[in-house]
Ligand binder design. Structure first.
Ligand code: CU
Length: 481
């Protein structure tokens, strides 16, 4: 019988594009029997487009100092309605299944006092944030039950769609699945002056997933389990009323491990304006939005192309409908999408090049980077503040898991980076801005340029398929003065 770790490992082997039908392929290959989903009752279901998609509330500061906004956020259990009529116990920041949105201004500090009211240790990592090590939410730096912790975010970075989520080592995937996630949006003047769609027409949308049983409980089974339902802002395949005008949609893949390949049914187009690190140099027209776990993409969709009374469905290539936009009214639209958005900032000189190879050991089920599994006591690489490096990250998992291999991505704490090339070819058009999470398909390599600006200390980098980082596909870098 597989233990839980092996079971999860093989589930995640199915972390790619066509995994939904293949969760046990790796186990079958290894000559083992797939375990029964012990304790699984009947799955709750709901016809698509039965419930309205909420927009997460904006968190209000408890104090506004001359140079900082102060917030309080409790990590606490809550009971919410995911499927209509069913009460589902979840883990939350602040009581809501997608935590409240923190809206920060570039150059103005945010201080968050987290209080852990859960029965287990947990923490909060600001994904994409340029922060000091003490405030990063390192996987071993946890807030014990009943304890509080004050985190400071300098916001000395450009406008971008970030998110905060739990990063408890070995528990991060389950904690994020159970609800420990929320948006963190940095705004700045440069972006405001572009007159992109704003206010109620700027909508953060977290795509996640849940397997809810008919008693309302949230079932944690193998990653990408076939009984999971796609959620948008915490509701199953909802609808969202829009006006016939341009909207900015901030799409975030908040699932622990699934890849999303989303399109607008009927051939609609997205105009991508931003990625993990904020605005692109120029808008990119896209027919498909591909997001791996942790990635964000800001797109503009012009609903004036659709008559009032019509609808357009955002759908995933594997899982089907995600969200339906119902065009219910007209509205004025003074927003624009300028042909030039924002150049990528200049980078310091490159002083080193490195290779990082990702793979899963099919015998031990350990996640490996350069043949080493995560050890919090070990520093895997040292970099110097004020410098820049080129890292080539390779996914070596072509011969394990389902046909085609295991999909990974790569996320660094502290610094956002540029994608230089993919196997010597140009980066994808959608990754021409700053990134902090980049997908790497089996057998492929990506070269990034990463710079170390202000902070010194230890940070992690890892595969953001959270099951893989839990299995040890994570390393430690130390930034030295
Ligand atoms: Cu991975």
């Amino acid at each position: 019988m597989l233990n839980r770790r092996q079971f999860l490992a093989m589930g995640v082997v199915a972390g790619g594009a066509v995994q939904a039908a293949l969760p046990f392929t790796g186990i079958a290959k290894a000559g083992r029997k797939a375990p029964a989903l012990v304790g699984s009752g009947a799955s709750a279901s709901v016809p698509p487009f039965s419930v309205r998609m909420p927009v997460p509330a904006t968190l209000r500061p408890v104090a506004q100092l001359s140079s900082a906004d102060v917030y309080q956020l409790a990590l606490r259990p809550a009971t919410v309605e995911i499927f209509p009529g069913l009460a589902t116990p979840v883990l939350t920041y602040g009581g809501s299944y997608v935590g409240p949105t923190i809206r920060a201004r570039a150059g103005r500090r945010v201080i968050v006092k987290y209080r852990n009211q859960l029965t287990m240790p947990a923490n909060s990592h600001l994904h994409g944030g340029h922060v000091a090590p003490l405030h990063d939410g390192h996987p071993m730096d946890l807030i014990q039950p009943g304890q509080s912790r004050t985190m400071e975010y300098p916001n000395a970075q450009r406008a971008a769609t970030l998110w905060y989520h739990d990063h408890t080592h070995m528990m991060e995937a389950e904690h994020v699945y159970r609800g420990l996630h929320g948006f963190y949006l940095i705004e700045d003047r440069t972006e405001r002056e572009l007159r992109l769609p704003g206010g109620q027409y700027d909508v953060p949308i977290m795509i996640s997933e849940a397997h809810v049983l008919d008693d309302g409980s949230l079932f944690w089974d193998l990653p990408d389990g076939p009984n999971r339902t796609v959620l948008a802002n915490g509701r199953p395949v909802p609808y969202f009323p829009v006006a016939a005008r341009k909207y900015r949609l901030r799409l975030l893949n908040g699932t622990p491990s699934m890849h999303l390949h989303m399109h607008l049914e009927g051939g609609g187009r997205f105009t991508q304006i931003g990625s993990d690190g904020g605005l692109l140099p120029a808008p990119v027209p896209l027919s498909e939005v591909v997001l791996t776990s942790g990635e964000r993409m800001d797109v503009v969709v012009d609903f004036s192309a659709y008559p009032v009374g019509s609808s357009v469905v955002l759908a995933d290539a594997v899982r089907g409908p995600v969200l339906r936009f119902d065009v219910t009214r007209t509205a004025d639209d003074a927003s624009q999408v300028p042909a030039v958005l924002r150049p990528v900032p200049a980078q310091p000189p490159v002083v080193a090049e490195r290779d990082l190879v990702l793979r899963i050991d099919p015998n031990t089920f350990q996640g490996l980077i350069n043949d080493k599994t995560f050890d919090a006591e070990r520093v895997d690489l040292r970099v110097k503040r004020g410098t820049s490096e080129i890292w080539r990250i390779t996914n070596n998992d072509t011969n394990v898991g389902p046909p085609g291999g295991v999909h990974h991505n790569f996320h660094t704490h502290l610094s956002q980076f540029r994608v230089l090339d993919r196997d010597g070819g140009p980066p994808l058009p959608e990754e021409t801005g700053l990134k902090d999470t980049v997908r790497i398909d089996p057998g492929k390599s990506v070269r990034i340029q990463i710079s170390f600006e202000k902070f010194v200390g230890r940070y992690v980098y890892h595969c953001h398929i959270l099951e893989h980082s839990a299995m040890g596909m994570m390393g430690t870098m130390e930034v030295t003065p």
